[in-house]
Each structure stands twice: as structure tokens, then as C-alpha cells.
Design a protein around this ligand. Structure first.
Ligand code: HEM
Length: 428
């Protein structure tokens, strides 16, 4: 059996985590070229790790051989959110998914649709009002935050502004702990980001528990009555669902969508996407292919295995890199070009070769909700605005961690479309 190309290095000194976190895309590109293989090894988080940059490797890791690769229960996610489905394994994970998935499908999803439509309108209707270019990532993050707090916690910005603001602030502090070193140090007049984050988590948990006890409506009410393994499970999951992670991922995709379709030269594409929902679907697939919000996900080999024909010893980490998987030239011709048409041509029916939302039995449980929301938000923009970069020349170089977006926040000018165009399509 062939060995993984590359070198896992010696403990601690051979660790490449810092280099990876500084520039994950460059890190993988260099090694794929050097080893002439889209699957290779390096030491990450001080563990020999297989890096998966091919569609075939990703499919094996997340679907066909998913039972051989486990979630890491010591992941930072557990530190920040407590025990949730994200880091659970085996039967526990299956049961949790079974319960939670019901909240994001069928009648539950349908009952969210009016709120989603109204929050898109409320947050997007004034994009052109100031006459100044909008910092789109921040605007979309506000939209994503209003969405999750209203939908999952019944707290709406316009109805309970003080509570809303308090939660937003706590979520931000909590988030900064996720991305700071996990050192719980607290001395008078100074506390590390991580310890501030843990304080924020405790305050958020108090608010969440109060909601779960007293609110029988909507998502909170349904979550409170689900059969879950222990009394903290509902609150820990709610903490995860309202965390800054999801609004940031939504803002990442909406930002990439507006950038891909900005300017006069994309006028036709915008019009076609507005008139044809199937085409909008293909545009959104292409947006998530080129600019997946999260860099990927990590597993640990529970036994000796192979990925793409290469030996992965028991105890090795395995990380799929969505940016690189989505540019695998074996599957995606002209991998760096934005070509929505590929999804009705050569790549038709190959949505499962994407991994922006994971794949297989541990894929994202919020994907239907996310897709519904994205379509509503994008359709609102398409029906009501023309938009272009302002100033026209900006540095749009992406950073990929913690969530993908241009490193310098892009600014866009929105111009309201003629009333007639939106009227026609509203009626049509
Ligand atoms: C743009 C929005 C989103 C993106 C890009 C996204 C992405 C992902 C990805 C990549 C995974 C798989 C991680 C892995 O393989 O280790 C995942 C899992 C998950 N997502 Fe999402 N997600 C989004 C929205 C949501 C929403 C709205 C929810 C629910 C409120 C949600 C809940 C979850 C949960 C609970 C899991 C863990 C599933 C498991 O481990 O079995 N996500 N998501």
C-alpha cells in the first residue's frame, strides 16, 4: 500500500499548524505541487495528518469510509460550546442528528419562511439609502445575526433592542475566544480573550436557559420538547446555533455572491438569475465552490485505512480542504473560473462533489435552511438593485480563516432598480 507523500515531522518541532493557519490555501497549493499529489501528510495540531485536496479523497473520508474516521472530542469546539453533535461520535451522534434534523426540515422549515422573508426585506431595503458605498460583509453579518436570533431565540432587533444588543455583544466576545489561544488566564485588570469568552458563554447560557424554560413558541419551544440525551443538551445546541459562526458563514457567501455578480458587465447574469431560479441555483453552487465559507473539517483515523489508495495509519488526523477539493481539475475543468453553466453541463448532478457543507452522514444539518435563506436574500438583491464595486478598483484578495472573505472589507454601491422591474417580477 502506498505511503502518504510528505513528512509528518517530529513532535512539536515538526508541527506546521502556524504555517497552515497563516495561509491555508498557499500551504496546500505548494505541497500539492511539490508532491504531485492532492493527498499528502504534514504535522497539524501536533498530530501526523493526512491533507485531502481531491474530490475522491473527500468522498472516501466523509462518505464511503466515514465510519473509520471519527470527530475529535477534544476539538476547540467542545471547549467553547460544550458537548454538541458537532464533536459527538457513534450512536450518540446518530440519535442527536435524528432529533435535531427535524427542526430544520418539513413543516418546521416552512414555518420559518415568513420570518426569513421579512428579515431579508428589513435588513436589505436600505442598502442604497445613504448614497454611500456599503461595507457589504458587515451589512450581511447584521442580516445573518437578525436571522439566527429571531429564528432560534425569538429575540428580534426591532422588538427587544436592548436584549438583542446584549446578546450580539456576548456572541462577539464568545466568538473571539474561539479564535484565541485556549488559555484560561484571569488576573486582576487583565483577562485573556479565552477567559472573557468563557464568561460570555456563561451569560449567554443564562439567557438561553431562561428562554428554554419560559418560551414555548417557535424553534426554542420545539427544541425544548425534543428528546435529547441530557438536560444541558438543548441549551448547548442553542448556543451553537446562535453563535457568531453561522452569521459569519452566511455573510461570507452573500459577500462572495455580490462580488461575483457586481458591475455593469454582470448585468445580464443578474437579470438571468432573477428570472430563472434554476440559474440562480447554479450561480450559488459556483459561489460556494469557489469561496466556501469554512476551510474544511477534521477527523481522526479510528483504525488503519486508505484514502485515495494511500495508507492512513490509525491515530492520524485527516483534514479535508474544501477550497482545494473544489478546485480538483479531475472534476472541475477551468477550476479557478466562475462558470455557473458548468452545473447544467459537465458537472450537472455533481453537487455531492462539493463539501462547503461537509458531505455524507455528518454533513451540515442547517443546509436546507441556509439554502432557503440565501435564495431569499439573493432574490431580494437581484429584484431591487444594481450594484458595483465603489471604488471600482479594490484589493479583493481573500483570507480563508476563520471564515472566508476578502481580507480588506469590500465596499459596494447599490442603486435601486426602476420600480417597474421589481413590480413585474413580484407579479410574475
Ligand atoms: C453558510 C452557512 C453554513 C455553512 C457553510 C455550514 C457548514 C458546515 C460544514 C462544513 C459542516 C461539516 C463539518 C465537518 O465535516 O466537520 C457543518 C456541520 C454542521 N452544521 Fe453547518 N453550516 C452552515 C449553516 C448551518 C446552520 C444554519 C446550522 C443550524 C442552525 C448548522 C448546523 C450544523 C451542525 C449541527 C453541524 C454538525 C453536524 C454533525 O456533526 O453531524 N449549520 N456545517
Amino acid at each position: 500500500m502506498a505511503k502518504l507523500p510528505g513528512n509528518a515531522g517530529v513532535s512539536v518541532l515538526g508541527d506546521k499548524s502556524l504555517e497552515f493557519y497563516r495561509d491555508p490555501v498557499g500551504f496546500c497549493r505548494q505541497r500539492v505541487e511539490k508532491h504531485r499529489s492532492r493527498v499528502f501528510q504534514c504535522r497539524l495540531l501536533n498530530r501526523p495528518t493526512a491533507f485531502i485536496c481531491s474530490v475522491q479523497g473527500m468522498r472516501e473520508l466523509l462518505s464511503e469510509k466515514s465510519s473509520l474516521f471519527l470527530k475529535d472530542p477534544t476539538d476547540l469546539m467542545t471547549n467553547m460550546y460544550g458537548d454538541t453533535v458537532v464533536t459527538a461520535n457513534g450512536e450518540e451522534a446518530c440519535l442527536l442528528r435524528l432529533s435535531l434534523t427535524s427542526l430544520f426540515a418539513g413543516s418546521c422549515l416552512e414555518s420559518s419562511s415568513d420570518y426569513i422573508t421579512s428579515v431579508c426585506e428589513r435588513c436589505l431595503k436600505d442598502l442604497s439609502l445613504s448614497g454611500q458605498p456599503a461595507c457589504v460583509y458587515s451589512s450581511f453579518k447584521r442580516l445573518g445575526t437578525e436571522l439566527v436570533l429571531g429564528l432560534f431565540l425569538n429575540v428580534q432587533a426591532d422588538e427587544q433592542p436592548e436584549l438583542y444588543q446584549e446578546i450580539v455583544q456576548l456572541c462577539t466576545q464568545h466568538w473571539h475566544g474561539l479564535i484565541s489561544a485556549p488559555v484560561n488566564v484571569k488576573v486582576p485588570l487583565w483577562s485573556s480573550g479565552f477567559s472573557t469568552a468563557l464568561d460570555a458563554r456563561d451569560k449567554l447560557m443564562d439567557i438561553i436557559k431562561d428562554k428554554l424554560e419560559n418560551d414555548t413558541q417557535g424553534f426554542v419551544g420545539r427544541l425544548g420538547s425534543l428528546p435529547l440525551p441530557d438536560s444541558n443538551s438543548a441549551s448547548q445546541h442553542l448556543l451553537l446555533f446562535i453563535s457568531a459562526l453561522i452569521p459569519k458563514a452566511l455573510a461570507s457567501l452573500l459577500t462572495s455572491f455580490t462580488l461575483a455578480l457586481s458591475g455593469n458587465e454582470q448585468e445580464k447574469t443578474r437579470r438571468r438569475a432573477m428570472e430563472d431560479p434554476d440559474y440562480l441555483h447554479r450561480v450559488l453552487l459556483e459561489v460556494q465552490r469557489l469561496w466556501p465559507p469554512f476551510i474544511g473539517g477534521r477527523r481522526i483515523a479510528d483504525q488503519d485505512a486508505t484514502l485515495a489508495g494511500l495508507h492512513v495509519p490509525k491515530g492520524y488526523g485527516a483534514i479535508y480542504i474544501s477550497h482545494s477539493v473544489h478546485r480538483d481539475p479531475e472534476v472541475f475543468q477551468q477550476p479557478d473560473s466562475f462558470l455557473p453553466e458548468r452545473w447544467s453541463g459537465r458537472n450537472a448532478g455533481q453537487e455531492h462533489f462539493l463539501c462547503s457543507f461537509g458531505s455524507g452522514p455528518r454533513s451540515c444539518i442547517g443546509i436546507k435552511l441556509t439554502n432557503f435563506f440565501l435564495k431569499e436574500a439573493c432574490m431580494y438583491l437581484l429584484k431591487h438593485y444594481n450594484w458595483s464595486l465603489d471604488p471600482p478598483s479594490q484589493d479583493l484578495e481573500y483570507k480563508w480563516l476563520p471564515v472566508s472573505r476578502p481580507a480588506n472589507p469590500p465596499t459596494i454601491s447599490f442603486t435601486r432598480l426602476e420600480q417597474t422591474r421589481s413590480d413585474t417580477s413580484d407579479n410574475g
